[in-house]
Every structure is written in C-alpha cells, then in structure tokens.
Design a protein around this ligand. Structure first.
Ligand SMILES: NC(=O)C1=CN([C@@H]2O[C@H](COP(=O)(O)OP(=O)(O)OC[C@H]3O[C@@H](n4cnc5c(N)ncnc54)[C@H](OP(=O)(O)O)[C@@H]3O)[C@@H](O)[C@H]2O)[C@@H](O)CC1
Ligand SMILES: Nc1ncnc2c1ncn2[C@@H]1O[C@H](COP(=O)(O)OP(=O)(O)O)[C@@H](O)[C@H]1O
Ligand SMILES: [K+]
Length: 475
C-alpha cells in the first residue's frame, strides 16, 4: 500500500522521532537518500553537473546537504539561493565539499547574459534539484523561483520531497509550480503525490525511509499485493451461487452498447454468474459475446444506469427493492438521492459529479479530493470519481486513489466496463469501498495490459481482465 500522510501528521511524527535523536539526524538521512537516488539517476557522479534551487527552509537544507554528498562524489554542484535565509549548515557543508553557492538572481542574470533574456542556460546542467519549498510551502511560486526555473528550462528536475508550488495536502495547484521528472520524498508519501493535478507534476516517485512512526494515512493507493489479497477467489467447494450473482440493468434500445459493455465487465469471472434485466434486443447482442448470461432473477448486487436513458429511475427503484449493494452509474446518478445510506458505489466522472453537487465541472477538476469527499458524505455512499487518477471516497473519510491506467483508457464505454466489474466484486462479497478501489485498480491495470502502449477500445479492457487476474493470483 502507498500510504500518504498530511503535513500535520508528518510534523507530529517528525517531532516525536527528533526528540529521540541527535539534531540534524533526519535531514542527514533525507539528504543521503536523496543523493543516492540522484547518483543512480545520473548513472554516476564524476563529471556530472547538478544545480540546486534552494529556498529558505529545511527543504533547501536537504538539497544543500545532498549537494555536498554529490560534490564529494565528483559532481559539479552549484546552489542558487532564492533567499538570504538559506539553511546555514547546508551552505557550509556544500562549500566545504567544493560546491559553489551563489544568489539565484546573480546566476539567472549570468545565464541570461550568456543566452539572452528568456533564453535558457539549461544546456550546461544535467539535472536540477528542486529544494525551493517542501511541506512548509504555500501553494504557488515567488517570481525569483519562476525566473530561475525559466533559466533552467529543459533540464530534468528532481523534486525534493514535493514539487514546489503544489498544495501538499490536497494535490491542488493554484499558480506556478515545479514539474518534476522524479520526486524523492521522505518518511512517507504525501497526498499531493497521488492526487491530480499535483501528482502529474511529480513524475516518478521514490520514497526514502527516515524512520518515522506514522498513524493511519489520510489517503492511500493500492499496490498489486494489496489487490491480490483482496481479490475474491473460489474455494475448493465453490459453486456459482456461493461466488455471487451480479445483475445488470444497463443499456437500452437507444444505447445497446452500454448494456453489452457493462455485462462484459461483470462477466470478468470474479462472480459466479451474470444476469441481464433489460431490453430484449440488447440481451440478444449480449448473448453474442456472453452466451452464459441469463435473464432476471435473484442477485447479490446490481449494476444500474449506463445507457439506461429514460429508464434509469425505474431501473434504480427496481434494484433498490432487492436490498443488495449496487453500482449507480451514468443516467442513474441523476437519482442518486434514492440511494442515500444504502451500500452503494456511485461512479460519476467530473461532469456527472458536478451536476450531482451543483458546481461547475472546472471546480471538480481543480479539487478532486474535496469534491469526492463531499459527495460521499452528502450521498452517504462510496463515491468513485473517474479520472486519470480516480478518487474513491467513503462517507467515513477514507480515500483511495487509483494510480494504474493509461490515457488510452479515455475511450467511449470504458466506464461501462468499470461499472460491471465493480458489480461483480460487490456480488462476490467485497465491501463497497474495497469493490470500488479494487475494481478501479484492475480496470486501469487491464487497460495498460490491453494497450501495450497503443490504442484500445472498451471491450479490450474487459477481455484483458482474465489474464490480469491470473497474473495477480500467480504472483
Ligand atoms: N518533516 C520531516 O520529517 C522532515 C523534513 N525534512 C525536510 O524539511 C522540509 C520542510 O521544511 P520547512 O518546514 O523548513 O519548510 P520548507 O517547505 O522548506 O520552507 C518553508 C519556508 O519557505 C518559504 N515559503 C513558503 N512558501 C513559499 C513559496 N510558495 N515560495 C517560496 N518560498 C516559500 C517560507 O519562508 P519565508 O521565505 O516566507 O521566510 C517558509 O517558511 C520537508 O519538505 C523536507 O524536505 C527533512 O529534512 C527531514 C525530515
Ligand atoms: N487521461 C486518462 N488517463 C487514464 N484514465 C482515464 C483518463 N481519462 C479517463 N480515464 C478513465 O477512463 C474511464 C472513462 O469512463 P467514462 O468517463 O465513464 O467514459 P464512458 O462514459 O464513455 O464509459 C474511467 O475509468 C476513467 O478513470
Ligand atoms: K521541493
């Protein structure tokens, strides 16, 4: 599991640990871990050139101390100070190791002199260390930092702890911020490493252990071993009914494909049987790919709403009459009020969630975590907010972010497959929060498998699920 903690949680854990250790120990652990990752990234030390952007806090101190380690390994290191208050011990350490330290304004002016205003002096450098701000920063960047980053445009950035300028606890972005190729974080992940738009600015992620003792995380992300542990598996005495039956009420004469794709997701093999209750012509289409699907009857979970068109409310009311958990998607989301307090997973994309909450879509896309959490509380149900990094929020405040997937998954009908898949997991007995987060993880990973780096259509995702589950079970 990737566990992400808020700034307050990290500060508390840091204070408790620091009280037991000699001063500066944690920064040394962080800086050595950071330098080690940088050396690996550079493929060695001697002859490489690294510039560190250094702000006024301990984040700059980490960058300076890491710079000292790098300088001792033969890296040419220059620190551009954005403040007169830079970490004194770090400055001394870097100088003692042979690094150069100068005010950022001077370095930027020199770069501009060499390459013209707005031009870049970046060509000289192999890598930028972003030690502008860490967990103590306010969102946005000051003009000096923006100017320094402009002067180094094109050079890959390694962010120290977080990409400077993002909101650490929410992943929101308001104003300029660093875009890193790699983020090296300390002690634990922070929410901004998982939640977009900040997550996209992190690049790859590496965690350096500094020994913090941490409470329950604020946000987490399932990893393959977590998904494997949660997967429903048939026991030796299983029969189709013990494995759970999932019912699908999706698709209509207007949108038959939504029914076909919802069934394709539900027929992933993780439940024992799939029933379809809807348009006869849609069932005929369903049978072409899934002859095992049968008509209405008793189920352990319902999937309702994709392509249901004007029939969504009737389909939802009929499903609620059964008192089983349900997936509420697409057209049925307009009637999500009916579901309040029932075991359910609501699966809106940003536009649908915006309509549910009565806010503009752009606001949802700026504040994914806030809006997913709000909707989960207001509807007293698990809300799965679909996006590049899907957010699954439970009414009790728990949040899981899905980091699997590929932009090729942004294709018509992909959401229908997801709804069916989550329905199968509910029918198999997973709680709504686990069904939603495991289903979303599998959906993204299956898309990556099916894509192989190229385009895909929704049906390919459903088809790849069997191979993916086999890989997870075997591992
Ligand atoms: N916690 C841990 O376990 C460990 C933490 N460690 C490290 O410490 C880091 C946290 O250090 P920190 O607390 O000194 O805060 P940090 O982010 O460096 O700077 C804050 C200062 O920057 C300024 N400033 C604010 N906003 C700004 C902006 N937008 N743009 C520009 N400047 C801005 C503002 O000062 P001002 O300039 O306003 O006086 C503010 O006081 C953490 O991320 C990790 O790297 C590790 O060493 C080991 C273990
Ligand atoms: N840029 C992206 N990167 C990765 N996954 C994406 C991206 N955009 C959308 N997705 C995923 O694709 C699926 C699209 O579903 P949805 O919006 O319901 O489409 P449809 O209604 O056509 O089925 C969701 O699972 C979402 O998480
Ligand atoms: K930083």
């Amino acid at each position: 599991m990737i566990r992400a903690h808020t700034v307050a949680q990290v500060r508390a854990a840091e204070a408790a640990l620091m009280a037991t250790l000699p001063e500066g120990t944690l920064m040394q652990r962080a800086a050595h871990g950071l330098a080690h990752v940088v050396l690996e990234t550079l493929g060695g030390g001697y002859g490489r050139r690294v510039v560190a952007l250094v702000g006024s806090g301990d984040n700059g101190g980490d960058a300076l101390h890491a710079g000292a380690v790098l300088a001792r390994r033969g890296v040419q290191v220059e620190a551009w100070l954005l403040s007169t208050q830079a970490h004194a011990g770090g400055v001394a350490a870097l100088r003692a190791a042979g690094g150069r330290v100068l005010p950022a304004a001077e370095a930027v002016a020199a770069a501009r002199g060499r390459h013209g205003h707005g031009g870049t002096g970046g060509g000289h450098w192999d890598l930028v260390l972003d030690g502008i701000v860490g967990i103590g920063g306010k969102p946005g960047l000051r003009p000096e930092a923006v100017a320094a980053l402009e002067a180094l445009a094109g050079v890959p950035v390694v962010a120290v702890d977080v990409p400077s300028g993002v909101d650490v606890d929410t992943g929101e972005v308001d104003g300029p911020h660093v875009r890193a190729a790699l983020t090296v974080t300390f002690g634990t992940h922070k929410p901004c490493h998982l939640l977009d738009p900040a997550a996209e600015a992190c690049g790859a992620l590496t965690l350096v252990d500094i020994g913090l003792d941490l409470p329950e995380p604020d946000v987490e992300a399932l990893q393959p071993e977590d998904v494997a542990a949660l997967l429903p598996r048939p026991g030796p005495q299983a029969h189709k009914y013990t494995r759970g039956v999932v019912g699908v009420r999706a698709g209509s004469a207007t949108y038959p494909g939504a029914g076909v794709l919802s069934v394709a997701g539900a027929a992933c093999g993780l439940a024992g049987m799939v029933r379809y209750d809807g348009d006869a012509a849609v069932l005929e289409l369903v049978h072409r790919g899934h002859p095992e699907v049968i008509g209405p009857g008793r189920v352990q979970a319902w999937v309702v709403g994709s392509g249901s068109d004007t029939g969504a409310e009737v389909a939802l009311r009929a499903s609620l009459a059964d008192d089983v958990p349900l997936v509420v998607d697409a057209d049925a989301l307009a009637h999500a009020d009916l579901v309040r307090g029932r075991p359910a997973v609501l699966t809106p994309h940003a536009g649908e969630l915006a309509r549910m909450l009565g806010v503009p879509r752009a606001e949802v896309e700026q504040r994914w975590l806030h809006h997913a959490r709000r909707a989960a509380v207001e509807h007293d149900a698990v809300v799965l907010l679909k996006a590049r990094h899907t957010v699954v929020a439970a009414p009790d405040g728990r949040v899981r972010v899905t980091t699997t997937g590929t932009p090729w998954l942004a294709t018509a009908g992909a959401g229908d497959v997801l709804g069916g898949l989550i329905g199968a997991l509910l029918a198999a007995g997973l709680a709504p929060y686990d069904a939603a987060s495991v289903g979303s993880w599998l959906h993204g990973a299956a898309a990556t498998l099916a894509s192989g780096g190229g385009p895909l259509v929704a049906g390919d995702v459903a088809e790849a699920l069997g191979d993916l589950v086999a890989l997870l079970v075997a591992a």
